[in-house]
Design a protein around this ligand. Sequence first.
Ligand SMILES: Nc1nc2c(ncn2[C@@H]2O[C@H](COP(=O)(O)OP(=O)(O)OP(=O)(O)O)[C@@H](O)[C@H]2O)c(=O)[nH]1
Length: 204
Amino acid sequence: MAKQYDVLFRLLLLGDSGVGKTCLLCRLTDNEFLSPHISTIGVDFKMKTLEVNGFKVRIQIWDTAGQERYQTITKQYYRRAQGIFLVYDITSSLSFQHIMKWISEVDEYAPHIVQKILIGNKHDEEHRRQVTTEQGNKLAKSYGMDFFEASAFTNYNITEAFTRMTELVLEANRKEPDSTLLSDNNDLSTTETEQEPDYNTCSC
Ligand SMILES: Nc1nc2c(ncn2[C@@H]2O[C@H](COP(=O)(O)OP(=O)(O)OP(=O)(O)O)[C@@H](O)[C@H]2O)c(=O)[nH]1
């Protein structure tokens, strides 16, 4: 059977509990927004196909639990990611401060080629904002990351952030001599059927 896509990426959403990782994912894949906060247990994942620069890209997006007690589990997923979104909530300066902690974990556990994007979620909550756009921009710049403010509630900048990540991953793997991501030997169809995470708790 003909492949329905050219390449498959694994992306990861990281950030404190409650910043909106699950909601960003549900908005991207199902165009849904659910209000109650049901904490992710361990890791969950969803799939999405995007067409970027002439490539049909299937992305497997792992949504991790932000709660400290699951971090031994979630760290095991870093090393298989090609791209990582570091998410904070613009109404929580603490979640922004913790981005540094998440970055040092990525540096420790993820592959060197991993692409990173910083997302300031809940852009719709302007009246409760604690982190300015300039602070987000500055932090992203200091780590060489792209930066988006986004909203899972209003569907602001979500496709844009995922499309940009896809471009970055494609570009990085084109440059990497050992990468099999874009080669014919990368039989991704088997990967997609893996029952990777055991913890299926998506609230969507
Ligand atoms: N106003 C607003 N609320 C949001 C937005 N995104 C998420 N929320 C709310 O924030 C709360 C937490 O969202 P989740 O997506 O469950 O957060 P999470 O980061 O996945 O949390 P953990 O699974 O515990 O790590 C929920 O009550 C959501 O409704 C947004 O863009 N705007």
